[in-house]
Design a protein around this ligand. Sequence first.
Ligand code: FES
Length: 566
Amino acid sequence: MTSGLRQGLTSYGDQEFSLFLRKAFIKAMGYSDDALNRPIVGITNTYSDFNPCHGNVPTLIEAVKRGVMLAGGMPMVFPTISIHESFAYPTSMFLRNLMAMDTEEMIRALPVDSIVLIGGCDKTTPAQVMAAASVDRPAIVLPVGPMLVGHFKGEALGACTDCRRLWGEFRGGRLSEQDIDIANARLVPSIGTCGVMGTASTMACLVEALGLALPGSASIPATHADRVRLAEATGKRAAELTKGGPNPSELLTPASFRNAMVVLQAIGGSTNGVVHLSAMAGRAGHPIALDDYDRVGRETPVLVDLKPSGEHYMEHFHQAGGVPRLMQELKDLLALDAKHVMGGTLGDAIKFFEDVPGQTVIKPRKAPLKKEGGIAILRGNLAPRGAVIKQAAASPKLMQHEGRAVVFDSVSDMAKCIDDPALDVAESDVLVLRNTGPVGAPGMPEAGYLPIPKKLAQKGVKDMVRISDARMSGTAFGTIVLHIAPEAAVGGPLALVQTGDRIRLDVPERKLELLVGDAELKKRAAAWRTPAVTGDAKRGYARLYREHVQQADEGCDFDFLVAARK
Ligand code: FES
């Protein structure tokens, strides 16, 4: 097989001329023949002025290049789409598949022998792994690392669990306008990904568990010198990968996906981890059924004491030993013989770990934070294809609850009504939000964390049962049922709920039921109409998205990108 500059030649009908032309152009950059004859390591550049989480990408790229050259390779950087959570309209999830397609096609198009995927902000890591799985060229992931902890009035702060908590305090009138402004400037004290076990940290832990990144890569803070050294080591390894892999298809196996599910449960990871891991598994040809997450969750305890399920921040997880140390506690649940990007097995990769005397962030198996995993899968007549709840971050008293539905038809309907003093709502009600799924919103926004209606928040109500076909930020907390499938916009039962209906949630029994008779539901279904498609949604990427996005239980990938089952 051809390699380096000679592979993937532009089609002019004369291969030798194509190479001649390619070399003529690239020599404009001052490269020598010696450099151009080396194996080429592609490096994705996801730096963007709109992505502060990736603020250290230029530094990491320099270190990766150094590592590649120390190992005799030729580093070549190229840009791809970059997505930040707060700078993506209508939602970052809408763009994840576009980034995956962009990354995949650029890797295919360019003459790279291996690839370093530098990402971190929530959707970037899954998009890159989805791409790498589809191309199946040797690849190694380098997360940008978590941000540092902020401080406000003597307490530690981390984006964005504390963003939500403080905003809730402000809405409830318990924090002044001046204080919320000060907190706003302290919540994100450095570059890097959110400092709690949100989606970015979850995905970074999962790529470590999948064997796609070097040990420790999930937790070293973005600003630490160790992060730069890790980048250099990643570059070195990427150059070695050009000599024969392993390829992603050797690493992304049923065993490694199970390892990732174990880690997802043990870290109290983000519910978004379910969607992204399922999408990655679909690209690898090893689809994961929603019930697999539940099965793994029933035997895997939550061991990591991080917000939003616990107390600490990523910085502390790192000081406690990070993912390798956590995996030591989980050894009996893991397939340690799964192949690792370092060359050996997962068991080899985690042999070296830091045992920190007296640390309390990673709990021992005999004294877990929660006996069961963080995420449970619910089913019932409201969610025939399943729904997800982060039980680790829910209120114990609401885990079995029956209440009256208060329905919002869309995010804008909810935003308009939720703080209306005339809204007929009580603490025991179940807030229902719909038309916020993959097709409905579109892009399944993180709107599932419905705010507590202002009049209840002012009375001190902090949690209520909330259900939707939306997602929620991995940094959020509360008794919140998400990802209801099928979603309302494609005619799922959620579309049939009316204000005043009774809904029963039973997490121990894994049930979500609408207490309305079958005959009445049939009548409502017959009257239901598909929502009209208007404006820009009729064309371009929005149309491609609407016509091809899968439901949440399958990972929200495009149906034409999923691999055949292996
Ligand atoms: Fe980028 Fe949280 S906004 S990781």
